[in-house]
Design a binder for this molecule. Structure first.
Ligand code: G6P
Length: 612
């Protein structure tokens, strides 16, 4: 949440900052602002999106070759011009941008008020910059030292950049539990919440570690220290990120691009891991911790949002194929409910961003209890990827649309590989079934491509149901989490109230909602519970509900009863979610578009939730 960007060098900072903010806008978009140094430090900030800031800047001086920018997702204080970042110290000397939450800001603020400080905004960030100012002025310290001392007293999460009007050859950045990347150019430095604002300028980056402070200066280069004031050696890495991965190309929205990328991203997730013709499947992350995994009594899958839905599918996969007991937890609940976690448990965190605060905190608790930590993450080098004992990247590439699509199918692909791998080594899958699944898994990308051919038909269905105020999604077994995910997609981007249910639970309440205005999306590809789902569809139809059925190619019974039918290729039941979720992604996309919603940046949401 919140994106930060900064630049110091010889180039004009303004276009670098604005382009950077546009790239980071998925992290928050309720207000945006920049600080530019051009002999003096000037702040410009505005409620709204980056384009509103750009409009506001029309006719204003944009000169300056150092500066910083921020795009906000409000935590403390409503989204308005005053609460937007950057914030200034009371003496107007220091300016700050911040991603995260200062938890003890209220105590610090009370002390500062007693010292005579007054505040313009309601933000925790303004308190932090006043606190840095207080420390700086008391002992006449250089800005980086004042930042360091202030941060030793701060509780919470932060990625910050601070500029000092009286020391303009420097920008100071620091992080704890919020991501921060430094790009190293030729006599210039870039800062970003992730590498996307940096990659077009340089491929040399340093991922700042927790509780480190970086000072970037044209004269003195880059220096990194820890909170104990020890000098750290920067670990310079080469970025493996291509520009076309972070641009929309010919697509109208990132979400649509990401939906259509899935045949490729699923294949990328399998690359080097699955080979049906040679009959092998492997997962390096599991091999690294083979012994502990083999002794595991239980897997706990922890995640938030869409990743939690993927985790639910993981439960079905791992229990069925590997016969290991699995529990799936919302990370936010796991962290606060005094859970029983033992050293022979494996805690698997699923996260697209690898930065979700609740998921990270759940891992910290699991670590204290001695469990093995495993990360299933998309964002390479992210906090969760670095914190876990082992893990596997899903290799979906940058996901920019706020509603997760290709990361979900990447996570489910990875969990399928994991469950099959464990099942094979534990002898819990019959060999012939294992080989069948292996072949089928390899065919999933081409089958996803086939499902995508239904786009026009799904667009038509979207026009028919776009005005419904509510929708129900139902599925059984592997398709129950898919129903939850379909409902979440619709809620997130079209603002239609939607609920996902296990189909059999309908008669315990939701069936009361069904009338001729209620679209019911039924995912009916199951073989094991087919007769049951046929009955569920009958129950909906006899109450005049509008049935949109996702069925296997050639299916007859449900197709005859349903108002709209989307056929998907037949596959083995454990792999069904990889196909059945695709029409639901497209349906929510088209409905949102028809309703005039901002598909890539839905209201109130942010992609990377680095606050609780
Ligand atoms: C936010 C995003 C969701 C995502 C969830 C978990 O709510 O909008 O798309 O599923 O966070 O994020 P993670 O990065 O941990 O998968």
């Amino acid at each position: 949440m919140c994106g930060i960007v900064a630049y110091i060098g010889d180039k004009e900072a303004y276009p670098i900052l604005i382009n950077g903010l546009k790239r980071l806008e998925y992290r928050g978009y309720d207000s945006a602002g920049i600080a530019l140094f051009n002999g003096d430090l000037n702040i410009y900030k505005r409620k709204g999106k980056v384009k509103d800031l750009v409009d506001f800047m029309k006719g204003k001086s944009k000169v300056g070759n150092r500066g910083m920018g921020h795009t906000r997702w409000a935590t403390h204080g409503k989204p308005d011009d005053i609460n937007a970042h950057p914030h200034m110290s009371g003496n107007d000397r220091l300016s700050i941008i911040h991603n995260g939450i200062i938890e003890n800001y209220s105590a610090i603020k009370s002390t500062l008020i007693k010292e005579g400080h007054t505040f313009k905004s309601q933000t925790d960030t303004e308190v932090l910059v006043h606190f840095i100012e207080e420390i700086q002025t008391r002992d006449n310290l250089p800005v980086e030292e004042a930042v360091r001392l202030a941060l030793t007293k701060v509780v919470g999460a932060y990625a910050i950049v601070v500029m000092d009007r009286e020391d303009p050859d420097k920008i100071v950045a620091a992080r704890k539990a919020s991501p921060l990347v430094i790009g190293i150019g030729d006599g210039e430095f870039f800062v970003g919440s992730d590498a996307t604002p940096i990659v077009e300028h340089t491929k040399k980056v340093v991922y700042l570690n927790d509780e480190e402070i970086a000072v970037m200066s044209k004269k003195d280069g880059l220096q990194i220290k820890n909170m104990g004031n020890e000098v750290m050696t920067p670990f310079v890495e080469q970025l493996d990120l291509k520009m076309d991965e972070i641009e929309k190309g010919d697509y109208e929205h990132f979400m649509l691009k990401e939906i259509f990328e899935q045949p490729k991203t699923i294949a990328d997730c399998m690359r080097g891991r699955v080979n049906a013709s040679e009959s092998w499947l492997k997962l390096g992350g599991l091999q690294n911790v083979e012994e502990r995994i083999s002794k595991a009594k239980r897997f706990i899958l922890a995640a938030c949002g869409t990743s939690w839905h993927a985790a639910l599918i993981g439960e079905y996969l791992i229990e069925e194929l590997a016969r290991i007991p699995v529990e799936v937890e919302y990370a936010s609940e796991l962290r606060y409910r005094n859970p029983i976690i033992n050293s022979d448990d494996v805690v698997i965190a699923l996260s697209q961003s690898g930065e979700t605060a609740d998921t990270m905190a759940a891992l910290e608790i699991a670590k204290e209890k001695g469990a093995l930590l495993y990360g299933i993450v998309n964002n390479v080098g992210s906090s969760i990827a670095r914190f876990t004992d082992s893990g596997s990247y899903i290799h979906a590439g940058p996901e920019i649309g706020v509603a997760s699509t290709k990361a979900f199918t990447g996570q489910v692909t990875l969990l399928s590989i994991m469950a099959m791998n464990l099942g094979y080594s534990r002898g819990t899958i019959p060999k012939s079934y294992y080989h069948q699944l292996l072949h089928e898994l390899e065919r999933i990308p081409e089958k996803v491509a086939k499902v995508l051919e239904s786009d026009e038909q799904i667009k038509y269905i979207a026009t028919e149901i776009k005005d419904a105020p509510n929708a129900l999604y139902m599925g059984r077994g592997y398709n129950f989490p898919v129903a939850l995910e379909g409902a979440l997609k619709l809620k997130e981007i079209s603002y239609i109230h939607a609920e996902g249910y296990p189909a059999a639970e309908m008669k315990h309440g939701p069936i009361a909602l069904i009338d001729e205005n209620m679209p019911v999306i039924v995912i009916a590809t199951n073989k094991s519970a087919y007769d049951k789902i046929v009955s569920n569809v009958q129950e909906v139809k006899s109450r005049k509900g509008i049935v949109i059925a996702i069925v296997d190619e050639g299916e007859k019974l449900i197709s005859e009863m349903a108002d709209y039918v989307i056929e998907i290729p037949v596959t083995d039941e454990p792999l069904t979610p990889l196909l059945s979720v695709i029409p639901l992604q497209l349906l929510s996309y088209h409905i949102a578009l028809l309703r005039g919603c901002d598909v890539d940046q839905p209201r109130n949401l942010a992609k990377s939730v680095t606050v609780e």
